[in-house]
Design a protein around this ligand. Structure first.
Ligand code: ADP
Ligand code: MG
Length: 826
């Protein structure tokens, strides 16, 4: 018996080794190491208390008590010191979400934020809350040495780490689970297919498998509602496959988020025991992981929308499942209209609309009274706690709460909701910093971030079972609200914010900003803690805020976004009468008109609103219409080679350069090297790409130039695909050394984004006058004399209205390229 066990153990280790490489081994030995260290530490303590008579702050204790207290005190001092260190350096920055405009009334932070959000949507006011931009700016500040003084940011004293009594929570209510179960479930997990098979049978959806299949058989359209984690996304497509639906076409399942599509596909391929990309695959923008063999395909809703372009009847599918319908993303809403339409003449196509919340009637009504299939939930009760008073800094409050739970509450993993990557990275750093050197009296805290841009290898980490004695804390964006289910979460920390798009149709300005979540979201978030046992949710806002300041539901994206891209897609599908398109909730008329106006200006539509040849070509590119136009126009200026590099660099986001604190001067100089001759940011991006290419895509080169190699690789992937698409629209790849030609091609797409220097040194946008500034990260920010005319890629709205990615422009180009848009004033 013993021998067998030993052998099994050895096999498990070698399995783990194979799977996780050296990491697994390291983890084992690290734990051993820590155990030894603790022993040693205790021995040392015992040695030097001999003559202290077990006195602790004047109280006489027995040895055990004394040791315990002494050790705790040591840890406490350590943590305190570390958090003070953290406060005293300018290394970290909390998103100054509320204090940017000098002391917003903390009592009303939600109403204030909400009001700002509404303002931004309605009147084009700028968003002071976009924490990402502020962060970047802060980084740049450090880079340029202009603001090199110590960071003034202070964390108020009451947020310092103390073991007891950090943030006062009040337990307000217990959110009852349906079919409340009290016993704890085992979360032990082996990754073999056989074990996964057993696990599949434990999911709440399993007992309804046959009933569900019958309902799908009997009805063409079915609305399916079930608690998050019940197995809708991972199981239903497999059931359909098992029942033979994949014999006459693919089963397609859409997800609003890239990460969800990838991770769910990975999971399902594991469960089915096949290689990802073979029978089970996924498709997201610029990344297709499917093959001829693929039967079950997960994809973003945006990708399915694009598939309509090549396959207007979705002939290759036997089932389409629009998952996470409650999220109401723009693409999902448009898909509703399109799939409803094709279901009318493709009677063999099955349509499943799945949703986590219970407003299924609305979906049913829209789909001609389609039947609703409810998967009875299984949820444990969740205690809801609110803060007594509003928290000034939710990031700090969240971190303190994590540590508080970690130090005082029984085992169970923690899930914290943040608004974006930067916030998560900041939180991760601070948590690491504060838990370092805590010793082993406090269990290991495994920190797992998850957000859309996280490299795929790291994404899987959140699903790894937590080792015994340790605790996992998942720092997630909204993605963990309903799209991803992480087992073992017992505590949820909800700061109450998320990033949201807002659009002002009057001036055609779009921005991403931090806004309060809705009550529906808050309840979804809380529910995440009650999946595998009774849970607790800590809301970092007051009960008053919840009841009086949060909206009931989130506004569907279609009502708060720029529609140009969607309108172009619809037009290229031959849907001309957009005003009468079957929207579930129609977009604001103004936004629709604005989109038509822009597409007309770009030459994608003619005066009758019909698609032109240019428009058809533009629609082939999965990009914003202005970028697509820039690419299509590069044919004329014979510089498509350069333009697709620029487009690829623009699409990968703004943080290509990084700036380590201790090397900011070097990093700044490295960055400015690409700006020699004040070429403007677009050309600088091109230079970055080309220089990297010249070094044969060297990683070393990236390090030397403080460039994120991961981003560059992504840019290369995007560029490769754009090159493929150029061929498809029959544009030759031609290279031009002529900078003016390249700039003209850019202008052909971005002429609506022009701005002119004012006497006071600010800029004013030309078409819909707005005062704007050059973003400090721009190579043109410190150029003298300041360029008189510029063109920008986008507006970033923080404390000021910033133009990001700026290039100097000659005004005569505007007249030459867009005479229908700009005229000379006499
Ligand atoms: P639903 O769609 O109803 O919210 P899912 O099908 O996403 O539910 O999840 C069912 C189960 O599968 C959950 O227990 C979840 O933890 C597990 N699961 C889903 N994706 C993964 C993954 N990538 N790795 C490990 N487990 C996963
Ligand atoms: Mg799901």
């Amino acid at each position: 018996k013993l021998l067998r066990r030993e052998k099994e153990e050895a096999m498990r280790r070698s399995d783990a080794l194979e799977k996780n490489g050296l990491e697994a081994l390291r983890r084992v030995s690290r734990q051993e190491y820590l155990k030894k260290r603790e022993q040693k530490k205790l021995e040392e303590l015992r040695d030097d208390i001999e003559d202290e008579q077990y006195l602790f702050d004047g109280v006489k204790l027995n040895e055990a008590e004394y040791l315990e207290l002494r050790y705790k005190k040591e840890i406490y001092e350590l943590v305190k010191k570390r958090s003070e260190d953290a406060d005293n350096t300018s290394e970290y920055r909390m998103p100054e979400a509320y204090d940017q405009e000098g002391g917003v009334n903390q009592e009303k932070r939600f109403s204030v934020a909400l009001q700002r959000y509404r303002d931004a949507t309605a009147a084009g006011k700028m968003n002071p809350l976009a924490e990402q931009e502020a962060w970047e700016e802060h980084q740049i500040g450090k880079a340029t040495l202009t603001f090199a003084s110590k960071n003034k940011k202070q964390i108020s004293g009451d947020h310092q780490f103390v073991f007891e009594d950090q943030i006062d929570f009040i337990k307000a209510s217990v959110m009852d689970g349906e079919n409340t179960i009290d016993d704890e479930e085992s979360t032990e997990r082996e990754k073999s297919t056989a074990a996964l098979e057993e696990e599949r049978k434990t999911l709440p959806i399993y007992p309804y498998r046959d009933e569900l299949l019958k309902a799908v058989h009997d009805h063409q359209i079915l609305i399916i509602v079930g608690e998050t984690g019940s197995g809708k996304t991972t199981q239903i497509p497999q059931y359909l496959h098992e029942a033979g639906y994949t014999m006459r076409g693919k089963v397609g399942c859409t997800q609003p988020r890239r990460v969800a599509a990838m991770s769910v596909a990975a999971r399902v391929s594991q469960e089915m025991g096949v290689k990802l990309g073979h029978e089970v695959g996924y498709s997201i923008r610029f990344e297709d992981c499917t093959s001829e063999k693929t039967l079950v395909k997960y994809m973003t809703d945006g990708m399915l929308l694009r598939e309509f372009l090549g396959d207007p009847e979705l002939a290759s599918y036997s089932v389409v499942m629009v998952d996470e319908a409650h999220e109401r993303t723009l693409s999902t809403d448009i898909l509703f209209g399109l799939v409803k339409d094709i279901a009318r003449f493709r009677l063999d196509l099955k349509l499943l609309i799945t949703s986590a919340t219970l407003d299924a009637e609305k979906f049913s009504d829209y789909f001609d009274s389609a039947p609703i299939f409810k998967i009875p939930g299984r949820r444990y009760p969740v205690d809801i706690h609110y803060t007594k008073a509003p928290e000034a800094d939710y990031l700090d409050a969240a971190i303190v709460s994590v540590l508080q739970i970690h130090a005082t509450k029984p085992c169970g993993d923690i899930l914290v909701f943040f608004t974006g990557q930067e916030e998560i990275e900041t939180a991760e750093e601070i948590l690491k910093h504060r838990t370092r050197g805590l010793g082993t009296k406090i269990a290991d805290l495994i920190i797992c971030p998850i957000y859309a841009n996280l490299p795929t290898e790291l994404q899987a980490k959140i699903f790894e079972p937590t080792p015994e004695g340790a605790r996992k804390v998942v720092l997630a964006t909204n993605i963990a609200e309903t799209s991803l289910t992480i087992d073992g979460i017992k505590y949820v920390i909800d700061p109450g914010f998320c990033k949201m798009k807002s659009y002002n149709p009057r001036i055609g300005m779009e921005s991403l900003l931090v806004a309060p979540i809705s009550k529906a979201s808050a309840n979804q978030r809380a529910g995440r803690s009650g999946r595998t046992g009774p849970g607790k949710c800590f809301r970092l806002y007051t009960a008053y805020s919840y009841h009086n300041e949060l909206e009931d539901n989130t506004l569907p994206e279609i009502q708060r976004t720029n529609l140009a891209s969607v309108v172009l897609t619809l037009k290229s599908l031959g849907i001309n009468d957009l005003l009468n398109f079957d929207f579930m909730d129609g977009p604001p008329c103004e936004a629709l008109l604005k989109a038509l106006e822009l597409l007309f200006a770009l030459g994608a539509l003619n005066k009758l609103g019909e698609l032109t040849k240019v428009g058809r070509r533009m629609a082939e590119f999965p990009l914003d219409p202005m970028l697509s136009k820039m690419i299509v126009a590069s044919e004329k200026y014979e510089c498509s080679d350069e333009i697709i590099s620029i487009a690829a660099m623009l699409s990968i986001g703004n943080s290509i350069f990084y700036c380590p604190k201790e090397k900011r001067v070097h990093a700044y100089n490295a960055r400015m090297n690409f700006h020699t001759g004040n070429v403007g940011d677009h050309i600088a991006l091109l230079k970055v790409y080309n220089s990297w290419k010249e070094t044969n895509y060297s990683t070393q080169w990236c390090y030397e130039n403080y460039i994120q190699v991961r981003k560059m690789k992504r840019a290369r992937d995007v560029r490769d695909q754009l090159e493929g698409l150029l061929k498809r629209v029959e544009i030759e790849v031609t290279s031009s050394p002529n900078v003016e030609a390249i700039k003209k091609a850019i202008t052909s797409g971005f002429f609506p984004h022009s701005a002119r220097l004012q006497k006071n040194g600010c800029y004013r946008t030309v078409k819909h006058p707005q005062i704007v500034h050059i973003h400090p990260s721009s190579g043109l920010a410190q150029v003298i004399p300041t360029p008189r005319w510029v063109l920008y890629h986008e507006l970033a709205l923080t404390t000021k209205e910033y133009m990001r990615q700026v290039t100097e422009l000659k005004p005569k180009w505007l007249l030459e390229i867009a005479p229908h848009y700009y005229q000379l004033k006499d």
